[in-house]
Design a protein around this ligand. Structure first.
Ligand SMILES: NC(=O)c1ccc[n+]([C@@H]2O[C@H](COP(=O)([O-])OP(=O)(O)OC[C@H]3O[C@@H](n4cnc5c(N)ncnc54)[C@H](OP(=O)(O)O)[C@@H]3O)[C@@H](O)[C@H]2O)c1
Length: 352
């Protein structure tokens, strides 16, 4: 038995409920490895889950966290069905860990099928910052979005964790990128990742359509081939109607719905929900356009597909993530609030 510390939500609903707990961790079960965690990657979904706004959140008490990185310290017995735990990993290996919740911990038992070796020249912090966002960008842009060289891609929240990875993957694929951000102070981050000033839109809801037209005119493109959108809200339809024929609008989040306080303002959420974008599917036929949606948690349930997806993401975009902010383990609530604010860039990482 090992003792560990976790950040636990007694129940979803308010960020103020997050509390540090010391508890025993049982030995790893069949097909599991115990990982000593050295870095935890935060995801926007962690905030939604803690607020009770994420459908995949477990009922009752839970430990948030979808990914971390650390060292394999112990291996459990073989998995039922004969496959040996530890066939892919060995004691002492440095691994990235995907976990369906439970990542906010100093140690955890993880299914070995969800462990990916950290590239030898990456730090643990970089290891904790890669998988969820790279898999999200790869799945949305490449697997669903059918991104191809020469296409024009609109990437919302381009300076965020998923956003910067999507920019890197789109550029590596030979696409032209237009990125959007919520605040002008994020523009230099995107310039540091290969976009020119004219390729970045600082979103203004009142004139967003004109901003998109100007960006398309500047590169001489008639429309977007792909829109990568985790905002929803008022930015959805102006981008959708600027899809070129055969264009795909991939919707994978609703950051516009993020409450600013420690708990949801249900009245405001209801108002936003009533005003959510609607579309006429018949018009998609007329214009040869598609709208798609996905939730990566679905891929978590298909462990057999994860290794190939991780290999494909790493092959397309092998550079470590941009770490925008680092916090000690004790400051987990502050780290979550920073991510919730929408002002961070790249990945937020917490280090036990
Ligand atoms: N479907 C899936 O499986 C999946 C998987 C991973 C992530 N996601 C989604 O992808 C998005 C990016 O995730 P991430 O972890 O990389 O986070 P992130 O992009 O680093 O941070 C979220 C960003 O959302 C933007 N935003 C827009 N409206 C906001 C609001 N009202 N409050 C706060 N932020 C707001 C902000 O950027 P700007 O203001 O610059 O736009 C903010 O930086 C999130 O919406 C997340 O839920 C979905």
């Amino acid at each position: 038995m090992t003792t560990r510390r976790v950040w636990q939500m007694p129940s979803a609903g308010s960020l103020e409920r997050l509390a540090q707990v010391t508890e025993d961790l049982p030995p790893p079960g069949p097909g599991e490895a115990r990982v000593r965690v050295e870095a935890i990657g935060l995801n926007f979904a962690d905030v939604f889950a803690s607020l009770g706004l994420y459908s995949a959140t477990p009922p009752g008490a839970f430990v948030p966290g979808l990914e971390c990185a650390g060292i394999v310290e112990a291996l459990g017995p073989p998995r039922a069905g004969g496959e040996a735990a530890g066939t892919a990993v060995a004691l002492g290996d440095r691994v990235m860990v995907l976990t369906r919740f439970g990542g906010y911990a100093t140690a955890l038992n993880a299914d070995t099928r969800y462990l990916v070796p950290i590239p030898s020249d990456w730090t643990m912090t970089q290891g904790a910052a890669y998988l969820v966002q790279a898999l999200t960008a790869w799945y949305g842009l490449v697997h669903l979005g059918a991104l191809a060289p020469g296409q024009v891609v609109l990437i919302h929240s381009a300076a965020g964790g998923v956003g910067l990875r999507a920019v890197a993957m789109a550029r590596a694929s030979g696409a032209s990128v237009i990125g959007t951000v919520g605040h002008a102070d994020k523009v230099p981050v995107l310039e540091g990742h290969g976009l020119a000033r004219g390729q970045v839109i600082v979103r203004d809801a009142a004139r967003f359509a004109a901003q998109l037209d100007a960006a398309l005119a500047a590169i001489g493109a008639p429309g977007f081939d792909l829109v990568f959108d985790a905002l929803a809200g008022p930015f959805f339809l102006p981008a959708l109607v600027r899809l070129a024929p055969e264009g795909r609008h991939v919707l994978y989040g609703a950051a516009d719905f993020m409450p600013s306080g420690a708990r949801p303002n249900w009245l405001r959420l209801a108002w936003q929900y009533l005003r959510r974008p609607r579309l006429d599917p018949m018009k998609l036929i007329d214009k040869n356009r598609s709208v798609m949606g996905f939730n990566l948690i679905w891929l978590f349930e298909h462990a057999e597909r994860l290794p190939a997806s991780a290999v494909a993401a790493l092959a397309l975009s092998p550079t470590p993530a941009h770490i925008g902010a680092r916090f000690p383990f004790e400051e987990m609530p502050r780290a979550l609030r920073a991510l919730q604010s929408g002002r961070t860039t790249g990945k937020v990482v917490v280090e036990p």
